[in-house]
Design a protein around this ligand. Structure first.
Ligand code: ADP
Ligand code: MG
Length: 729
């Protein structure tokens, strides 16, 4: 067997299920051990410092310098007692990864020794030498400074003996350079709009939080096999590889018994996750072989995103100990399910009322419906933008494929709720304006049963489904920072909530009774959102036609999806909600194009390498053995016998020659296409060219390489095959 693949398979065979560390104590005893949470703040901070942090968290008040020093000192004491030697500002630049630059706590002391030191300034703000993060032109090189600023709403934690301080990342001029800043601003906008609307029902509401529960799907691959695949190593996905005879068709993996090596990994991972204060709730096998999922209990959105990113880092580290590789890519293997990050999204008041949970009284149901229709209206208004928010190169390989949400947006409400919405819509305008009918109409509102959460049917084909007390945004990709997908949603909902309230107030000013006014606006929003509501099978071709008929815009190609950000409607949304300025949006647009181009460029290079240096030489080697064989037959046998004996082999030899020729030709074309595209300066134009010329050649090369894999002697094939990568247990 090809030594490359053989070595990998041999090494893999020696890997066993191992547990490195067994935590015997109940989880409740060590939960949050590595987090500087409220309880630790109380212990390590003065009353004054504690109060200041709480106010910064609750009301966004600024922390003054002297107090910052006190907080830093308390945080340092806790961190050092818990083994930390370094600290870092932890931030989320516009890449797929988080960033950190570690500083040691120690400073030299006068007597030649060292002492642990951590000042307020270092806690609150830092200036990382950050000129090489994507910035879309927001930072000129002559003013390459970027600042990280402490986000006190997400608690500091210790990972790898380093105190990690969650921060936002902004330019010298204050423009956002990360995923966190616009997400936080969108949460603020939504809080304001939702609280204002709530106060028409309940004066005691003074805050609305977005709650987020993120289901993370991922693949696990044996490390030795992973290393033997240049495409997995460099692109996190296989660029070639014939499907395995058996993959997910027997549906025997989903919820199946978790393999022992995976279980060992999961247990180690969970122990560390609990210490980091993440309430992991579920773990199970997913649909594709060696695909898995975990979901923590939902939390406030900003914290939930940080937790998700922490978990991704942690999983990579723990997997290493188990000689595994975690693959977060949305579509690492063609032909089997891809991975998503389902975002369960709801709005909850400071009094604990879930605004997306139907209530028991007409009044609370009126409130529920107001919020529900504001979300559907928002999704309709900005559906192209919401799709653009999940449009990445990785995710584009997944969306619309095997059991993945379609690349066009729709909202699923469920049978019961749909019938309620229908009956409200059917009320005539007259009905809606005559006072004595109000009672009857509220009856309809009353018909939403209290137990709705258990009653909702599940439609797993919808990219945005209501599941009884929350929406599940399923189109988000598994490797994404979900903030990027969520800030457009939060902003869009904030915009509609504000509009909803204004419309109600206008009606009330005209003398319309309050409940009547609510019902009228709910009805208006239902009518306006009609086109986005879809209860059927989102995977079916009929839906694609229907969506087009309704004028819904999906992702056709990535460069045009990115362009949605620059549309007037999008910019207006971001500026109105104070989430991003036009300049910031433009910068992000640049970064999206740049990232797309660079990723595709890397994939195209790796594919070229695989074809020229792995596949073609292997095919030639195999072809030569066939040729030798035919020659031998010719020497040994009579003409007649030779003819029958060599006929099929000659066909195969010709076939292989043909494929090799196509591969050579297409690889050359691929290189040419890249060259032409690379000469273009302008980011947008370059992205379009990459999308239109490079991408299709890659698809075509793959088809041919996969055909060769089926022809060539298994012994010779250099790359671990799908059956090995997916069934390594
Ligand atoms: P599924 O059946 O969709 O796979 P899971 O149990 O895997 O569900 O995940 C559901 C996620 O939704 C969990 O993270 C859970 O905590 C979260 N969740 C539950 N209720 C809410 C809510 N009201 N708001 C936000 N997230 C929620
Ligand atoms: Mg799940």
């Amino acid at each position: 067997m090809s030594s490359f693949r053989k070595r990998a398979l041999d090494e893999f065979a020696s890997h066993r299920a191992e547990r490195f560390y067994v935590e015997e104590r109940p989880v409740s005893e060590y939960f949050g051990q590595k987090v500087f949470d409220v309880e630790k703040m109380r212990r390590y901070l003065s009353a004054e410092a504690f109060e200041a942090v709480q106010q910064a968290i609750g009301e966004g008040l600024k922390i003054d310098r002297s107090i910052a020093n006190q907080i830093a000192s308390g945080m340092k004491s806790w961190a050092v007692e818990n083994g930390a030697t370094h600290y870092t500002h932890w931030f989320h630049p516009l890449t797929d990864a988080t960033a950190e630059k570690h500083e040691a706590f120690v400073d030299p002391s006068k007597n030649g020794g060292v002492f642990e030191n951590f000042k307020g300034d270092a806690l609150v703000q830092q200036e990382p030498d950050a000129s090489s993060f994507p910035n879309g032109g927001l930072r000129n090189t002559f003013e390459a400074r970027g600042y990280t600023a402490w986000d006190p709403t997400s608690p500091a934690f210790i990972m790898d003996q380093t105190l990690c301080i969650p921060t936002v990342f902004v330019s010298y001029t204050g423009e956002a350079l990360d995923h966190k800043a616009p997400h936080l601003k969108s949460l603020q906008a939504l809080d304001k709009a939702a609280t204002d609307l709530c106060r028409l029902f309940d004066h005691k509401t003074n805050r609305v939080n977005v709650m987020l529960g993120i289901e993370q799907e991922y693949f696990l691959v044996d490390e030795a096999l992973y290393r033997a695949r240049p495409d997995l190593m460099l692109c996190n996905r296989t660029l070639i590889g014939h499907t395995s005879a058996k993959d997910q068709q027997l549906e025997d993996h989903y919820f199946g018994a978790i393999p022992s090596r995976v279980m060992a990994f999961m247990k180690d991972f969970e122990t560390e996750a609990y210490k980091l204060g993440v309430v992991l709730k579920t773990r199970h096998n997913e649909v594709a072989p060696n695909q898995f999922e975990f979901a923590p209990y939902f939390a406030e959105a900003n914290l939930s995103v940080d937790h998700n990113l922490m978990m991704m880092i942690l999983m990579r580290k723990i997997a290493k100990k188990h000689k595994l590789k975690v693959i977060f890519h949305e579509k690492p293997f063609a032909g089997v399910n891809g991975s998503g990050k389902h975002c369960n999204w709801s709005m909850v008041t400071n009094n604990g009322v879930n605004l997306l949970s139907p209530g028991k009284t007409p009044r609370t149901n009126l409130q529920f419906l107001s919020f529900f229709v504001s979300v559907t209206r928002a999704v309709y208004e900005h559906h192209p933008l919401l799709m653009a928010g999940v449009a990445t190169l990785n995710n584009s390989y997944r969306l619309g494929g095997n059991e993945a949400p379609p690349a066009v947006m729709s909202v699923f409400a469920g049978k019961l709720l749909t019938s309620v919405l229908d009956s409200i819509e059917k009320m005539s305008e007259d009905d809606a304006s005559s006072q004595d009918q109000t009672h009857h109409k509220l009856d309809i509102v009353n018909k939403i049963p209290e137990i709705l959460p258990d009653n909702t049917d599940r439609n797993r084909t919808s990219p945005f489904a209501f599941t009884g007390n929350r929406f599940e945004f399923r189109a988000v990709g598994s490797s994404a920072n979900v903030s990027a997908a969520l800030y457009p949603l939060n902003a869009a909902v904030a915009q509609q909530l504000k509009r909803f309230k204004e419309l109600v107030e206008n009606l009330m000013k005209e003398g319309v009774d309050k409940e009547e006014a609510f019902l009228k606006v709910i009805r208006q929003f239902i009518i306006e959102s009609r086109n986005i509501m879809f209860e059927g099978n989102g995977y079916s071709p009929e839906w694609h036609k229907e969506a087009e008929r309704r004028g819904l815009r999906g992702i056709k190609d990535l460069p045009s999806a990115f362009k949605t950000y620059l549309e007037e409607n999008s910019i207006k949304l971001f500026e109105e909600t104070n989430v991003l300025t036009e300049r910031e949006v433009e910068a992000r647009y640049e970064v999206m194009n740049e990232t797309f181009i660079k990723k595709l460029q890397i994939e195209a290079r790796v594919l070229g390498d695989l074809t020229l240096n792995h596949i073609i030489p292997t095919a030639i080697k195999f072809q030569n053995t066939l040729i030798d064989n035919v020659r031998g037959i010719k020497e040994l046998f009579e003409e007649d016998e030779y003819k029958t004996m060599s006929e099929r082999q000659l066909i195969t030899i010709r076939k292989i020659s043909g494929y090799i020729e196509i591969l050579r030709k297409e690889t050359k074309e691929l290189i040419e296409a890249r060259k032409v595209a690379n000469q273009i300066e302008e980011c947008e134009e370059k992205a379009v060219l990459y999308s239109n010329t490079v991408l299709p050649i890659m698809t075509s090369i793959r088809t041919v390489a996969d055909k060769l894999e089926m022809l060539v002697d298994d012994e010779l094939w250099p790359l671990p095959k799908y059956r090995e990568l997916l069934f390594w247990r």
